[in-house]
Design a protein. Sequence first.
Length: 103
Amino acid sequence: MLTSLLLKEKESCCPRGIIICLKLYESIRGDVSKLSKPNSVSSTLEKRNKTKQASKTLQRRRKKKKKKKKKKKKKKKKKKKKKKKKKKKKKKKKKKKKNNYCR
């Protein structure tokens, strides 16, 4: 029975031998509330990794949004400049025409 429990623990990839011993003790005794929880170390590490990954993805998304906004602003500025240039050209043409008629 003990060997089968040990094999099960190895399959579940427990990082330390202490955890295996604690789990064995728990299975024999029933309750180990006084001792530290066996999965607490690994679970905290997993949680930390998950939060790191989440923050990285959020940062990536923010960067993408900023880039998109910058691109949109640049496009708008270019369009405005083009419109202004067109207006100026039209005004110049009108002025030239007027001058031509005066002669």
